[in-house]
Design a protein around this ligand. Structure first.
Ligand code: F6P
Length: 548
């Protein structure tokens, strides 16, 4: 059954939230803390190895109750059941959305068209396990008999970002294989990656759900041609495998069925790292770690599916986005991991969040009259503190920020870790408290500034504070805790889509540019074509053609 299509802004809870917003919008977080001694405890959710403190957000327990009332009025519980049970909630593409089934245990039952999909999920996992073990152990060899030393993942979007982010994040757990990623159709990308590789010891994993994506097929073809310059045709079987739903096209590319890792159309590209798309992850860190990643995600699935909304990390996190986006009119959210390992995390989430919820037509087919998807950005702390934190602290925009940190570092350098985490704690405190005129004045006096200097500098040194942050503190970065964290954001995306009454699982917005690029590509290689372009585009194309 389809998801309900209710405009949230017409609900009773929304009206209550608007009135509540008007009464607390100017409240300073400092005062909210002063007024409520239990605030930090009441607004923190502790779950397994996660400690999530929402209390430095511009809300009260009443706000949370009203947001939960909104979720209830819009029947979120029922929508969650449909999501997990395999209903066609991606109605515009006529598909279920079942990345959760990919991490469900063997004895689970999830029906698609009346058939339980779990046995097949576990069959593919077995195939991933077997292949991973044979490559990592050196049993699977290159055509000339040498062990595989390098793996190149060829894919783009969800067929690249998820595996690339996880492999980078879990590099501490990696084995002897070196993993590389080629995604951009920019020929310099693949050239740079292959230039130091030995074709005799490299395995190429072509990942494309549709096996029609221009970038991936161009890169795969060019890399295969490079490979065949030094290797015989028969060597392809040892060095090229593929992940796709489109088995026939993979076979026509020249890959044996035995070397194809299948996936299903109910796995969305940007949620696919849990499927065979994660083959490069499994190869890089070993199958056991890949399974732990899936296991962590499953634990978050269970938390999301069963916990009360008031105590549910993805639900509260998503409702806070609604609160800031639709009431405070914030436009973006920053995600700042205090670990260099999660360097690619915000980039990965940009696809997950912005491709999913960057929609302006509601589930009833009407243009929305409220804001939807937020802009997502971020870089690891402390680097980002020296780059863009100035704007978060003293700029004109309200940017709710997630701080993600770990209690333990992986190599155990306590001195560095204390320094890192003191910055994490200090930033959330500084963003909340700011610095008043009085504080700036007494600080400047303490530095023996003259009255004139104080007058000149005062306004510039004041920090308003009242900048919202959510502190996510996790015991340790491991495959399991990373799985939980990724799944947390996946479910946050789902809840946002339900409240905004949009379809989160299609991505028609990426099509138009692709279509135009195809016809322009024809023009670039064919002088006769005179398509009807605007004068700007025409001039650019002419300039390019005349000068290349
Ligand atoms: O950018 C659009 C998109 O369809 C993404 O959703 C997807 O992850 C990516 O292209 C790659 O698609 P495929 O895996 O089919 O090559």
């Amino acid at each position: 059954m389809a998801l309900k299509a209710t405009n949230a802004t017409t609900s009773n809870a929304w009206k209550k939230l608007q009135a509540h917003f008007d009464s607390i919008k100017t409240e300073h977080l400092k005062d909210l803390f002063k007024a409520d001694a239990n605030r930090a405890n009441d607004l923190t959710i502790k779950w397994e190895d996660f400690y999530v403190d929402f209390s430095k957000n511009r809300m009260t327990t009443e706000t949370v109750d009203l947001l939960v009332e909104l979720a209830n009025e819009l029947d979120l519980k029922n929508a969650i059941a449909k999501y997990f049970e395999g209903d066609i909630i991606n109605a515009t593409e006529g598909r279920a959305v079942l990345h959760t089934a990919l991490r469900a245990p063997k004895d689970a039952k999830v029906l698609v068209d009346g058939e339980n999909v779990i046995p097949e999920v576990h069959e593919v996992k077995k195939k991933i396990e077997k292949f991973t073990n044979s490559v990592v152990s050196g049993n699977h060899r290159g055509y000339s008999g040498k062990s595989i030393t390098d793996v190149v993942n060829i894919g783009i979007g969800g067929s690249d970002l998820g595996p690339a982010m996880v492999v980078d994040s879990l590099q501490y757990y990696k084995n002897q294989l070196n993993t590389h990623f080629v995604s951009n159709v920019d020929g310099d990308h693949y050239q740079e990656v292959i230039k130091d590789l030995n074709p005799e010891t490299t395995l190429f994993v072509i990942v494309s759900k549709t096996f029609t994506t221009q970038e991936t097929l161009s890169n795969a073809n060019s890399i295969r041609s490079w490979f065949l310059k030094s290797q015989p045709k028969e060597a392809v079987a040892n060095h090229f495998v593929a992940v796709s739903t489109n088995i026939e096209s993979v076979k026509s590319f020249g890959i044996d069925e035995a070397n194809i890792f299948p996936m299903k159309d109910w796995v969305g590209g940007r949620f696919s790292l849990w499927s065979a798309v994660g083959l490069s992850i499994s190869l890089a860190v070993g199958y056991k770690n890949f399974e732990s990643l899936l296991d962590g995600a499953h634990q978050m699935d269970e938390h999301f599916r069963t916990a009360d909304f008031n105590n549910n990390i993805p639900v509260i996190s998503a409702l806070l986005t609604i609160w800031y986006n639709n009431f405070f009119k914030s436009e973006s959210e920053a995600i700042i991991p205090y670990t260099q390992y999660l360097n690619q995390f915000a980039t990965y989430l940009q696809q997950g969040i912005m491709e999913s919820n960057g929609k302006s037509v509601d589930r009833g087919g009407n243009k929305v009259n409220y804001q939807t998807g937020t802009l997502i950005w971020g870089e690891p702390g402390t680097n980002s503190q020296h780059a863009f934190f100035q704007l978060i602290h003293q700029g004109t925009k309200l940017i709710p920020t997630d701080f993600i940190g770990y209690v333990e570092s992986l190599y155990g350098d306590k001195d560095h870790h204390d320094k890192l985490m003191s910055n994490y704690f200090a930033q959330t405190e500084a963003l909340m408290n700011g610095k008043t005129e009085e504080e700036v004045m007494s600080e400047l006096k303490g530095q023996s500034a003259s009255a004139e200097e104080i007058e000149q500098l005062l306004a510039f040194k004041v920090f308003e504070g009242n900048k919202p942050t959510t502190s996510i503190l996790i015991q340790k970065l491991s495959p399991k805790s990373l799985g939980k964290l990724i799944a947390m954001y996946e479910h946050k995306i789902f809840v946002q889509g339900i409240i905004w009454n949009i379809y989160s699982y299609d991505q028609f917005g990426v099509e138009l540019g692709k279509q135009l690029a195809k016809s322009i590509l024809n023009e670039l290689s064919n002088d006769d074509v005179t398509a009807n372009h605007d004068s700007s585009t025409q001039n650019l194309i002419s300039f390019y053609k005349n000068n290349c």
